[in-house]
Write a protein that binds this ligand. Structure first.
Ligand code: G
Ligand code: G
Ligand code: MN
Ligand code: NA
Length: 251
C-alpha cells in the first residue's frame, strides 16, 4: 500500500514524470496532446494515477502534485510547440478548483515559463460541476476569461444535468471511452453516442472521442460528425522524447 508521506518524498526525489497521448483530427494530424502523470516508484515500478490520485486528493497532496504537473507541462511547452503541437491538455482534480488561489497560482507559473493560457486545455470531470466543494461556475468563468480552454472529461458518466453545457464556458467535450467502446461492428448501443454527438454539434462544442481502439469505432465516429480522436488505435501515451520519433515515422 502507498503511504501518504511517500507522495511528498516522491515529489522531492523527482519520481514523477509525464507521458503525452496525442489527439488527432480526421486527417490524422496531431492537434493536441493530453498530459498523463506517472510515478516511478523505486520498489513498485511505474504506478498509474488510478492508484494514487485519490490518496493525493484525500491528503491534500494533489495541490503540490498538480502544481508540479502544470509546471512540467509549461517546461515541455517549447519542445511541443517546435513539434507543431499547438495545445496541451491537463487533467485537474476538483480539489484544485476549490482553492480560491488556483487561478493566480496558474498565472504565476505561466508568467515564469512564458506560456500563454491559450496553449492549455484544462480537463475537468463532469462531477466537478455538482461537487459541493467547488463553486465551479465562477472558477470556470475566471479561467476562461484568462484564456484557458475548458474541456469536460469523461462526458456522459457524471451526475449533472445537461443545462451546464449551455451555461458554462465549455469549449470541448471528451466522450468517455465506455461509450466509444459500444459503437462499431456488432455493437448495438450506439444511440447514446450518436445523441451526444448531435447535442455537441447543436451547441457548437468540439468533441474528442476517447479510447478509440478499432477502425470500426473510428469510422462510426467520423460518419457521425466527430472531428477529434484519441485512443490506442492511433497512439498510446508516450514520453516526450518518443513523441518526436512518433511524428517522424508518421510523415
Ligand atoms: O493513463 P491513465 O492511467 O493515465 O490515467 C488514469 C486516470 O488518472 C485518468 O482518469 C486520468 O484523468 C487521471 N490522471 C492522469 N494524470 C493526471 C493528472 O496529472 N492529474 C489528475 N488530477 N488526474 C490525472
Ligand atoms: O479520465 P481520462 O479520460 O483523463 O483518462 C484517460 C485514460 O484513458 C488514461 O488512463 C489513458 O491511458 C487511457 N486510455 C487512452 N486511450 C485509451 C484506449 O484506447 N483504451 C483504453 N482502454 N484506455 C485508454
Ligand atoms: Mn483526461
Ligand atoms: Na476520460
Amino acid at each position: 500500500v502507498l503511504m501518504r508521506h511517500e507522495i511528498q518524498e516522491a515529489l522531492k526525489n523527482e519520481q514523477f514524470s509525464l507521458v503525452y497521448q496525442p489527439i488527432f483530427d480526421s486527417n490524422k494530424q496531431i492537434t493536441s496532446v493530453e498530459a498523463l502523470l506517472r510515478w516511478h516508484h523505486p520498489e513498485q515500478g511505474v504506478i498509474s494515477p488510478i492508484e494514487f490520485i485519490s490518496l493525493a486528493e484525500h491528503t491534500g497532496q494533489i495541490i503540490p502534485l498538480g502544481r508540479w504537473v502544470f509546471e512540467q507541462v509549461c517546461r515541455d511547452m517549447p519542445e511541443l510547440q517546435a513539434l507543431g503541437i499547438p495545445t496541451i491538455a491537463v487533467n485537474l482534480s476538483p480539489l484544485q478548483l476549490s482553492r480560491s488561489r488556483f487561478c493566480s497560482d496558474l498565472e504565476v507559473i505561466l508568467d515564469t515559463y512564458g506560456v500563454s493560457p491559450e496553449q492549455l486545455v484544462l480537463e475537468i470531470t463532469e462531477n466537478v460541476l455538482v461537487s459541493e466543494l467547488t463553486n465551479a461556475s465562477s472558477m470556470l468563468n475566471e479561467l476562461h476569461r484568462i484564456g484557458f480552454k475548458i474541456a469536460i472529461d469523461d462526458f456522459g458518466t457524471g451526475y449533472s444535468s445537461l443545462r451546464y453545457l449551455q451555461e458554462l464556458p465549455i469549449d470541448i467535450l471528451k466522450i468517455d471511452k465506455s461509450f466509444v467502446n459500444d459503437v462499431g461492428e456488432g455493437k448495438k448501443y450506439e444511440g447514446i453516442t450518436r445523441a451526444m454527438l448531435a447535442i455537441a454539434q447543436e451547441l457548437q462544442l468540439r468533441v474528442v472521442a476517447e479510447g478509440v481502439e478499432t477502425e470500426d469505432q473510428l469510422t462510426f465516429l467520423k460518419n457521425h460528425h466527430c472531428l477529434y480522436f484519441q485512443g490506442y488505435l492511433l497512439a498510446k501515451p508516450m514520453p516526450l522524447t518518443n513523441l518526436q520519433s512518433f511524428l517522424q515515422n508518421q510523415s
